[in-house]
Design a binder for this molecule. Sequence first.
Ligand SMILES: C[S@@+](CC[C@H](N)C(=O)[O-])C[C@H]1O[C@@H](n2cnc3c(N)ncnc32)[C@H](O)[C@@H]1O
Length: 307
Amino acid sequence: MGPKKLKSALSNLLSKQKEKQKQNEKQKKTEQLEQERKKKQAASQKQQQKPPYEFLDKILLVGEGNFSFARSLVENITNGGENLVATCYDSEEVLYEKYEGEAKDNIDVIKELGATVLFEVDATQLEKCKALRKLKFSKIVFNFPHAGAGIKDQDRNVQSNQKLLKSFFVSAAPFLQSKTAGDEVDGEIHVTLKSGQPYDLWSIRTMAKATDLLRPKTAFPFVPSMYPGYAHRRTLGFKEGQSKRENEEIADKKPKTYIFVRSQVMQEDIEKSKEGMARKRSVMRDLQGPNKKKRRIEAAQSESDED
Ligand SMILES: C[S@@+](CC[C@H](N)C(=O)[O-])C[C@H]1O[C@@H](n2cnc3c(N)ncnc32)[C@H](O)[C@@H]1O
């Protein structure tokens, strides 16, 4: 075999070895990416199967009805009531009248467990509530907000609920914990709504974005059974024989919890995600190998090596 042929055979052998090595690396990276995808999927499924509240969360509840959600949190999820401030729009007198004893029972229990209960708190003017001043929360929760204005005209009804949401967002945002201010976590606002008409017309995400203070983070189904004892109530209250029991009111309405964070936090997340995407793209480029043009040049070079 002449030196040229020997050189060409050697070069072929080397390029075959290189190709094999590349294939192995490609396989390894594909497996790594698949593992990461599965891990992320499992984490997101797990998040949806458990309530989005932690033992040490510092929670503000607004627009409570019979305070059964507050009671369920302190009895089942949080560190007792120490870190819970539960509020309602009604006065104490009106509330007890509207919810026929059940609100009083629940309030007695959560107070016993250390929770703070406040009446006549307007969720759209939280800054006016002296007891809330200087407090910051990891979660601010408004379950099934409703302006309850009894407006029959659908457009005007939607508008009044949009106004309630937007004003609540503006008022609540400054009460969120913030890592940049030295808090352990960045706080979240949770709003649960029924799905379908007219609730979808409320465009809750648009309302939050319109404040410029908040951005939607995620949303997932609200599963009432995750909160033992929670019994949804309408704004009008509960009347034995007239109102629906337990959670019949929301059972077939596919309720969803929408989570919002301060815009700044979302921006940081977007930056991180962009970095992640760039890393992923570079891995994909490696996996795909040199582009077509480069491959053609290499092929031409290896042909000319033959001569
Ligand atoms: C459909 S009920 C839901 C009650 C309760 N959150 C639940 O899940 O059973 C709507 C609630 O929104 C409250 N609400 C309406 N406007 C409010 C406001 N500006 N501030 C605080 N709560 C308000 C009403 O008082 C009522 O309790």
